[in-house]
Design a protein around this ligand. Structure first.
Ligand code: PGA
Length: 250
């Protein structure tokens, strides 16, 4: 199996400008194992500088895009515009977008389409709430989220796809999924991908875990057979933690 290993940092709405620039410059100077593809999703106002400083080493991405290509949508940014600044990836379907910005599976499916049309890497997030898990609805929730987003993805676009499984109850709570819980869901997602897209594609699509993944719990999580990396929030804000996570994955 030669699936790509991916370690992605999602800064969310954090970091002031000078701290961001310092981080980019330090990261550029830091040696890390080349077997890991490192991705970073800073706030979009810092993307141009991040790309300028880091693009030969790190794949830079945006945390969101609009459902349309252009037009009268004050405050918004499109996937097509992001592609023109050499942004390489976009996060879609993060639970914070679903929760705080009312993004439904339909809206997410439209964004997915835009990202794929723009030839960018799509990091598609999915995850169940604590309540859904308590009710035994975690598998069906993930299934619905994934099917509505990618069931009709064109075969030639499949290599743009990365999935991130992020249980909502684990995000920013310090309560990570156990390696066994995460592996169980990742294996389920891979079986679903096989059914939707075929075995070969399912074997090649990286599936990342996200949710309170830190240097002290990462090894156990990353050693699971269907976990190909991490989408890291809090621990991506400290360079030393971020580098430790890259090394743990390598
Ligand atoms: P966390 O966030 O690592 O701070 O839990 C993960 C994410 O939301 O992508």
């Amino acid at each position: 199996m030669n699936r790509k290993k991916v370690l992605a940092g999602n800064w969310k709405m954090n970091m002031h400008h000078q701290d961001a620039i310092d981080f980019f410059q330090q990261l550029k100077k830091t040696e890390f194992p080349v077997v890991v593809e490192v991705m970073l999703f800073p706030p979009s106002i810092y993307l141009t500088e991040a790309i300028h400083i880091l693009s030969d080493k790190v794949k830079l991405g945006a945390q969101n895009c609009h459902t349309e290509d252009k037009g009268a949508f004050t405050g918004e940014i499109s996937a097509a515009m992001l592609a023109t600044i050499q942004c390489k990836a976009i996060l879609v379907g993060h639970s914070e977008r679903r929760m705080f910005f009312n993004e439904t599976n339909d809206i997410i499916a439209q964004k997915v389409k835009r990202v794929l049309e723009s030839a960018l890497t799509l990091v598609l997030c999915c995850g169940e709430t604590a309540e859904q898990r308590a009710d035994g609805m975690h598998f069906s929730t993930i299934e619905r989220q994934l099917r509505s987003a990618i069931a009709d993805i064109k075969p030639e676009k499949i290599n743009q796809l990365i999935i991130a499984y992020e249980p909502v109850w684990a995000i920013g709570t310090g309560q990570n999924a156990s390696p066994e819980q995460a592996q169980e869901m990742h294996a389920y997602i891979r079986r679903m991908l096989a059914e939707m897209l075929g075995d070969e594609h399912a074997e090649n699509i990286p599936i990342l875990y996200g949710g309170s993944c830190k240097p002290d719990n990462a090894k156990g999580i990353f050693s699971q057979p269907d976990i190909d990396g991490g989408l890291i929030g809090g621990a991506s804000l400290q360079l030393s933690d971020f580098i430790s996570l890259i090394k743990a994955l390598a």
